[in-house]
Design a protein around this ligand. Structure first.
Ligand code: HGY
Ligand code: MN
Ligand code: MN
Length: 409
């Protein structure tokens, strides 16, 4: 099937094939072999539709159509190519596919734009391989810290080595380029929640993206025999982890909506049924539209850890914060413009905050941004059950395409 004439849904089906086969859903992690194939596929697609196609030094794919007017405007559109483990086929990649199909259609219908349009498939947003998030968009706005090169993934592979392999694979066929600094950014994404479906609305127009902090907590105790070690003699890191998580859960429920507290990852070593663990490592993900509440909760994490160390001699608790992004508000003029487009196209819409993080919140630090949602069936995401109807994917693209037209033509 000729890739260029695919619908969004067909394109998503093609890209969903770039995945590890070891998981039920889609698993495409930063710099892994599936990530490389997916980025190569997008670079080829960019070439087929006549865009300048290249990648930058972190592996963002940059597809560019220079505008007729050589002013400094750079309308940037896109989303991320990486996925969580066992993901669906829409998160991130729908925004990339919609951007590519929108620009293809605009070029066919209206020719070259006045303003430069830059489509980006961001190399990483999720933080699902290395303990770091928004690598692609942070690199785009020149806010990528150097110390990420020393990070290692769960197999012990360093960020630096994984990146070198992936860049080498891309370099064999495509040019290394530098992205242009955006003067405007727009992203379309699945909602990943239940609101649009519950309200029976076709389009979400995002007003703000929540603040988010992520931590890795490493609790070290003393491994010992499960049968011969009396309870009062134990320094058990897993029991201490459970104690801390339960205390934090009570506070989280007291803080209430829209605060969310998640422990999504946990590993125990040596992880044997008749051995008191040596170490328990778990993640903490907290989000809120009010940064003061997040700050309050973060301080509690440190406080509980200190108290538990003082109460149990020999227990060590290390807390590493590796994501800390503040609330970002989308551009008011763009929000008005998107409402007008929805009204004109007779599409129902809902103004709403985003509980999920997006590359939009990073680019929003340096340029005005717009973020659109389409409904997620049953509000499910970060799961193979993630689903959005082909009809809603197209409706979203229609609004997104009109918005890009209004900015660039
Ligand atoms: O976790 C998030 O909010 C996003 O899916 N990265
Ligand atoms: Mn995600
Ligand atoms: Mn996403």
């Amino acid at each position: 099937m000729k890739t260029v004439n695919l619908t969004i849904n067909q394109l998503l089906d093609q890209i969903a094939q770039f995945t590890s086969q070891e998981t039920k859903g889609v698993t495409r992690l930063l710099y892994d072999e599936h990530w490389i194939e997916a980025q190569k596929f997008l670079l080829e697609l960019g070439q087929m539709i006549g865009l300048d196609s290249g990648f930058d030094q972190v592996g963002n794919v940059i597809l560019t159509k220079y505008g007729i007017e050589n002013d400094k405007s750079v309308i940037t559109i896109g989303s991320h190519i990486d996925s969580v483990v066992n993901a669906g086929k829409y998160d991130g990649i729908y925004g990339v596919a919609a951007a590519i199909i929108a620009i293809k259609e605009l070029l066919a219908e209206y020719g070259a734009p006045k303003k430069t349009i830059q489509v980006i498939s961001f190399c990483e947003e999720e933080g699902s391989r290395f303990p770091f998030t928004f690598t692609g968009s942070k690199n785009l706005i020149n806010q990528l810290p150097d110390d990420i090169y020393q990070l290692v993934d769960k197999t012990g592979e360093s960020f630096e080595k994984a990146q070198a392999k992936a860049i080498h694979a891309l370099k064999s066929r495509f040019p290394l380029v530098k992205a242009l600094l955006p003067t405007a950014y727009a992203e379309i994404h699945i909602e990943q929640g239940p609101v649009l479906e519950r309200l029976n609305k076709e389009i979400g127009i995002v007003t703000a993206i929540v603040a988010q902090k992520r931590f890795t907590v490493t609790i070290t105790g003393k491994s010992n025999h499960a049968g011969t070690t009396p309870m009062w003699l134990r320094i058990d890191p897993l029991k201490q982890a459970v104690k801390m998580i339960n205390q934090l859960e009570v506070i989280a429920l007291e803080i209430g909506e829209p605060f969310v507290f998640t422990v999504g990852e946990m590993s125990i070593s040596p992880n044997a049924s008749n051995v008191i663990p040596e170490e328990a490592i778990f993640s903490i993900d907290i989000r809120h539209t009010d940064e003061k509440e997040l700050q309050f909760f973060e301080e509690l994490i440190y406080k509980f850890a200190k108290k538990q160390e003082l109460e149990l001699d020999g227990l060590e608790i290390e807390i590493n914060k590796w994501t800390d992004v503040c609330v970002e508000r989308m551009n008011e003029t763009y929000i008005e413009a998107l409402q007008a487009i929805c009204l004109e196209k007779q599409l129902s819409f809902n103004l709403m905050p985003s509980g999920a993080g997006h590359d939009t919140q990073i680019v929003n630090r340096i340029a005005p941004t717009a973020l659109l949602f389409v409904p997620s069936i049953d509000g499910i995401s970060h799961s193979p059950k993630e689903f959005t109807t082909a009809e809603n994917l197209e409706k979203g693209k229609t609004v997104f395409k009109q918005f890009i037209y209004d900015l660039a033509y």
